[in-house]
Write a protein of this length. Structure first.
Length: 245
């Protein structure tokens, strides 16, 4: 048995038109899986691409249905789509709060439900964040949603074990993506250097750093693993202060 091979498997990866999601989808394909991509754009040059706005209440069910039409033997679901809508805490409105919960929490829940209704066996991987363990200033809604995903991984693992579906997660730390680059690049000389000093491996992560862990969790090599979350942060959350200057 090729324990790390995904040949004969098919995956839906949400939010896979760019960033971490695209890196995950690319890695799964390199391991042999047939991959269905998803994004907000109406059209894409990516093969087997589906458009869906996961902020909409019924979009999760519709997306999974469409993915199974493309790949009837779909047995891997990666819930990666998510975003950050926070403002400073005293300026937050119910609109930003509801958007955060709709995309970051509700969508993964109903994607997993729609997937589990259609099959027995398989693997679900949910992309949480180190923000699910450690708080950040003016990030209350986002932090709360990612903390919810941490528990969702464990709760779904318990609920779907009898269906033979393993549920695991990853918790990326600071990863260079289109979302993080907006605030990171303008502050290369202060904030970025601060993080690079605190991260034990000395650099901000790349989307590809997250992809291998997901491929592993979806493979036969992880067949006895469920309810677990792999932190991928270069050691950012391992120590309190970081490396000596």
């Amino acid at each position: 048995m090729k324990a790390f091979s995904l040949e004969g498997h098919a995956a839906l990866v949400t939010g896979s038109s760019q960033g971490i999601g695209l890196a995950i989808a690319t890695q799964l394909a390199e391991c042999g899986a047939a991959v269905v991509h998803h994004g907000l754009q109406a059209e894409s040059e990516l093969p087997k691409y589906l458009h869906a706005d996961l902020l909409q209440p019924d979009s999760a069910e519709a997306l999974v249905t469409a993915a199974f039409e493309l790949e009837p033997e779909l047995d891997i679901l990666v819930c990666n789509a998510g975003s950050f809508f926070d403002k400073p805490f005293l300026e937050m409105t119910s609109v930003e709060w509801e958007r955060t919960m709709a995309l970051n929490l509700r969508a993964p829940f109903f994607l997993a439900q729609a997937f589990a209704k259609r099959r027995r066996g398989g693997s679900i991987v949910i992309v949480a964040s180190t923000n699910g363990f450690q708080a950040e200033t003016d990030s209350v809604a986002y932090d709360t949603s990612k903390g919810g995903l941490v528990m969702m991984v464990r709760s779904l693992a318990a609920s779907l074990a009898d269906r033979g579906i393993r549920v695991n997660g990853i918790a990326p730390g600071l990863i260079r993506t289109p979302l993080t680059s907006v605030w990171m690049e303008p502050r290369k000389n202060d904030l970025l250097r601060h993080y690079e000093n605190k991260i034990l491996l000395g650099r901000v992560g790349e989307p590809s750093d997250c992809a291998g862990a997901v491929a592993f969790l979806c493979s036969a090599a992880a067949s006895y693993i469920t309810g677990e979350i792999i932190t991928i942060d270069g050691g950012l959350t391992t120590v309190q202060i970081g490396k000596p200057v």
